[in-house]
Ligand binder design. Structure first.
Ligand SMILES: *Cc1c(COP(=O)(O)O)cnc(C)c1O
Ligand code: SF4
Length: 459
């Protein structure tokens, strides 16, 4: 008998404690009634997407009206000052607001993503620019980023059902704020015509990511129009509609029948043409998934719509193995397929939410093996300067002391090196002083590039 078989007989895998199944326990019932302002809101009203939109929190006054008496006083003052400092306008649905733990809003993972606090602001990284991924530089026509050979990003509009503090596209998305005047990409059919025309002239394009902003805010007729036009181009084989909607307002999938029917229509049209149309969404924490989500996604699944998820790794939100595992397993239970976890980009005003690349590497190690491999996301860095997404493990050089990671991206530009920078706050005093000095800063980057060239190389 060989060593590998002799222990097999009689082996019993130890049972897991009941707590290991907590990812299956979604919030049930009328949970929003715990917010005093909504204690009389019945189920039909709360499930109405129009009610969710009308009652979304867009100003400090509205926030106060909803949480007066349940949130600590110091928190309310802190948020009032935070509203003015933020590069993104604020917009939160009643659904999300009702999922925040108002006894401890400082540490709540949903609060951290949507409600800025003045006391938590950290200085931006010196390498930060407003469009750090260079999406605008890669635009042949307004609102189409063509960076990779066979796929392109179509920014159909610049509004969303909520505004996330950490939005990578804060250069365009949302209303102008005290801090930022934005580039505007309206839902404008004349602008879209230029995009369709460009795509038609580029036979190598097969795959279009429709994003924004957020396609949840497009009327049903525009969901159809864009879908039908793209599916009508012989070169286009794959379309993804990207929306944060299911994570922030699942009600719309249940009560805006027109919108959902338009999506299902494009998916079915795609299938009849043997083309792939899927929905990409954006859950960041297991608390965002409730019975309402289960029902909304369940109905999409029944209608044959495949849903994938992209998560942004954020400090204090999902930067632990436990939190990430819970999210991934809960997505699996409702039938959403985890696709990517992004290391948080360099974004203005949200340095407090960023993690190091090493954090992503550590969490990936803890997560892989917890569930099916096809439900285990790839952890990626979207490199600065338009190098695109890279597997976080694939750096050619990574110095944890200076927080500099260097990547190659052969399909974007085989000759260039692309950088990512860890948050400045976690580095030593000595290294932070070097980052503050423009000459020393350039030297650190040049040294890292030299080392990457020496050790790395895909050719
Ligand atoms: C993310 C992205 C895509 C799609 O990339 P996948 O890795 O296929 O999801 C396409 N274009 C741009 C500019 C992107 O940022
Ligand atoms: S929904 Fe997406 S595009 Fe809109 S603010 Fe959030 S991250 Fe940005």
């Amino acid at each position: 008998m060989s060593d590998t078989t002799k222990h097999h007989a009689g082996f019993v895998k130890p049972a897991l404690p009941a707590s290991a199944l907590s990812h299956r326990e979604l919030r049930e019932g009328l949970f929003w009634q715990e917010i005093p302002a909504w204690q009389d809101v019945d189920e039909a009203t709360f499930l109405d997407f129009r009610w969710q939109g009308r009652n979304s929190i867009t100003s400090m006054d509205k926030l106060l009206a909803a949480i007066e008496g349940i949130a600590p006083r110091d928190f309310i003052e802190d948020a009032g000052r935070g509203f003015h400092l933020a590069p993104m306008s604020v917009r939160v649905t009643p659904y999300l607001l009702s999922l925040i733990d108002w006894r401890n809003p400082y540490d709540d993972p949903i609060r951290r993503q949507f409600i800025p606090l003045a006391s938590r602001v950290l200085p931006d990284h010196p390498e930060l620019t407003l469009d750090s991924l260079h999406e605008q530089e890669d635009m042949p026509v307004p609102g189409l980023t063509h960076r990779y050979p066979d796929k392109a990003l179509f920014l159909a509009l610049d509004t969303c059902p909520v505004y996330c503090r950490f939005c990578t596209r804060s250069y365009a998305v949302g209303l102008d704020t005290d801090l930022v005047d934005k580039v505007h990409l309206n839902a404008d059919t004349a602008r879209w015509e230029q995009i369709f025309a460009y795509i038609a002239t580029r036979p190598e394009l097969e795959d279009i990511v429709l994003s924004g902003g957020d396609v949840y805010n497009l009327p049903a007729r525009h969901i159809r129009l864009i879908g039908e036009r793209l599916l009508g181009l012989p070169n286009i084989k794959r379309i993804r509609y990207a929306t944060k909607g299911p994570a922030v307002m699942p009600q719309k999938l249940l009560t805006d029948r027109e919108w959902r029917d338009a999506l299902v229509h494009v998916v079915q049209l795609g299938r009849s043409l043997r083309k792939d149309v899927v929905l990409h969404t954006h859950f960041n924490h297991a608390n965002e998934i409730t019975w309402i989500t289960r029902e909304a996604i369940g109905q999409l699944l029944e209608a044959g719509v495949h849903v994938r998820n992209q998560t942004v790794l954020q400090r204090g939100v999902n930067d632990s193995v436990e939190a990430m595992q819970q999210l991934i397993k809960r997505l699996g239970v409702i039938g959403v397929h985890p696709y990517y976890v992004y290391v948080h980009d360099l974004v203005k005003g949200v340095e407090d939410l960023r993690t190091t690349a090493q954090t992503a590497i550590d969490i990936e190690k803890g997560v892989r093996g917890a569930t099916a491999g096809f439900n285990t996301p790839t952890f990626v860095v979207d490199t600065l300067g338009g190098g695109g997404k890279r597997d976080v493990h694939s750096y050619d050089f990574y110095d944890r002391e200076t927080g500099i990671a260097v990547f190659r991206s052969p399909n974007v530009d085989p000759d260039r090196l692309f950088f990512f920078f860890d948050p400045i706050a976690g580095l030593s005093d000595e290294v932070r002083a070097r980052w503050a000095d423009p000459v020393a800063r350039e030297q650190m980057k040049a040294d890292a590039a030299t080392k990457a060239r020496a050790v790395g190389g895909w050719r």
